[in-house]
Design a binder for this molecule. Sequence first.
Ligand SMILES: NC(=O)c1ccc[n+]([C@@H]2O[C@H](COP(=O)([O-])OP(=O)(O)OC[C@H]3O[C@@H](n4cnc5c(N)ncnc54)[C@H](OP(=O)(O)O)[C@@H]3O)[C@@H](O)[C@H]2O)c1
Length: 264
Amino acid sequence: MTVTTDVRTLTDRHAVVTGASRGIGAAIAEALAREGASLTLMGRDVAALSQRAAALTARHHVRALPVACDVSDADAVARAFDASREALGDAHVLVANAGEAASATAGDTSRALWDRMLAVNLTGAFLCVQAVLPAMRAARFGRVVLVSSTSALKGYPRTAAYAAAKAGLLGLARALAAEVARDGVTVNAVCPGYTETDMARAAIDNLVAAGRTPEEARRALERLNPRHALVTPEEVAATVVWLCAPSSGAITGQAVAVAAGEVM
Ligand SMILES: NC(=O)c1ccc[n+]([C@@H]2O[C@H](COP(=O)([O-])OP(=O)(O)OC[C@H]3O[C@@H](n4cnc5c(N)ncnc54)[C@H](OP(=O)(O)O)[C@@H]3O)[C@@H](O)[C@H]2O)c1
């Protein structure tokens, strides 16, 4: 007789991933599903989320729910988490990954651009955390991962508003980690360097618009780290899965760079 045991680390856990329609968030959702978690996929592009959800269910035999949510809209966040809870129960894992990067010098940063960068990248994550934390504390288990950036750890020109928001996530992670440490809930940030997604492709396009060839522009980003290659979404996802593992309970309040040595 063959006895098969499910050795996946997140079976019976429900994970919410924001910005799961593509890029790093899609890779994180895939990696969490591979570990057996049921998934709520949030973002604005419901068609893309629905396709991803169906693919995750087919590949990993997990439940996956697409939910429309603009994280910069507090009412939309409240509605999305209500829908998620109703369908899949309270969340055990939150990966606040939704983000947007706009490039401008500090002088050219309008108040509207500043407000938008903070609303999507920082306040959006905070609203999602508030939506899940009470149930995590009551359950005495939770894993919160905030997707920050190396821009929170070092200075890149033309990123003031985005960098301020991403640095804010580190403060949020540390303060929350201290607040909920005795409740079995960990709160960490991951800080990817330039990662092979639409966001990095937009950064390459900006350099091309400023006069570089596409090859030069790509090489400029690759050479920011000593590996001379962009980070992959799967590398970020693997770090997130590690932070979400039941065995990672002593890792909290950290900013983990996934940046191929760009920051040391
Ligand atoms: N790629 C990099 O080089 C890099 C480096 C460091 C950190 N990061 C961070 O990693 C995270 C993921 O970025 P990525 O590279 O995967 O970028 P991406 O390919 O542009 O994807 C961004 C994701 O965020 C979602 N999103 C954007 N605005 C949203 C909003 N207002 N509400 C809900 N969802 C929203 C998008 O989904 P919808 O369009 O469906 O809403 C999409 O799924 C971001 O927080 C980013 O700042 C990226």
